[in-house]
Design a protein around this ligand. Sequence first.
Ligand SMILES: Nc1ncnc2c1ncn2[C@@H]1O[C@H](COP(=O)(O)OP(=O)(O)OP(=O)(O)O)[C@@H](O)[C@H]1O
Length: 274
Amino acid sequence: MRIEAHSVTRIFGSTRAVDAVSFVIDRPMMVGVIGSSGAGKSTLLRIFNRLTDPSEGSLRVDGRDVLRLRGAERRSWQADCAMIFQQFNLVPRLDVVSNVLHGLLNKRSLATSLLNLWPKSDIERAVQILDRLGIAEQAAKRAEALSGGQQQRVAIARALMQDPRVILADEPIASLDPMNAQIVMDTLRRIHDEDGRTVIANLHTLDTARHYCDRIIGMRKGRVVFDGTPEQLTTGVARDIYGAGASFTEATTSTAIETDATGDADYAARLLVD
Ligand SMILES: Nc1ncnc2c1ncn2[C@@H]1O[C@H](COP(=O)(O)OP(=O)(O)OP(=O)(O)O)[C@@H](O)[C@H]1O
């Protein structure tokens, strides 16, 4: 899979949230996107998944510009690149298996979901995926009864149900304690290593990006200011990405962790409508 972003731009009023972003990902890999709050990381992922329209630019995936797709082709691309979010974005009162099955809403009729008439093969696959992620025993519980780390693994299972080529993760561990953060990052890495899926994750800590990613893209004020390997991401480079002065220490790189889940709600709504 070859992904070529060329001059991708999104302007909101007078803000260039994403400003002429270009990069090439020429093979499946795990990519971390870092940068301060407001650097444009979420907007970039949302453009990728077609949740947000770009103002300019192209994103060629194996030669086809996915930013120009309409209707069924656009939905098919959205099924090919699943998203996961900081706030997990599950339906809290629904059981875990039903949440995972929602990953198929692009491919099955709304009636199937509303009447809970999923084919047995779909249910079996959902349980297999949960088993793979080590949470099959939670399958019958309501999503809201699970810990944050377990809920994020359910969200990853829902993403895998789509059988996507790319997984986009927007601050996937920002709401989790360190132990659960590690389990979730290990899971994302495994999905890349074992399935060959590309994973692109917005991350708010440098050490996580360095530890898990093959490549790191640093954004500042909408622009890509770094694109390289973990080894190339020195403290000096990190200082430039975060725009920090001499007082910069690596521990201060976390972006504000807010619980505004508006974007997540958009995604949930889209899954239910399409
Ligand atoms: N729907 C919108 N309307 C207006 N401005 C927006 C919108 N979405 C994002 N922005 C602005 O675009 C800029 C980039 O925001 P974005 O959320 O992409 O940054 P981010 O790097 O993901 O930040 P964070 O880490 O805080 O999530 C910010 O200045 C933000 O206020």
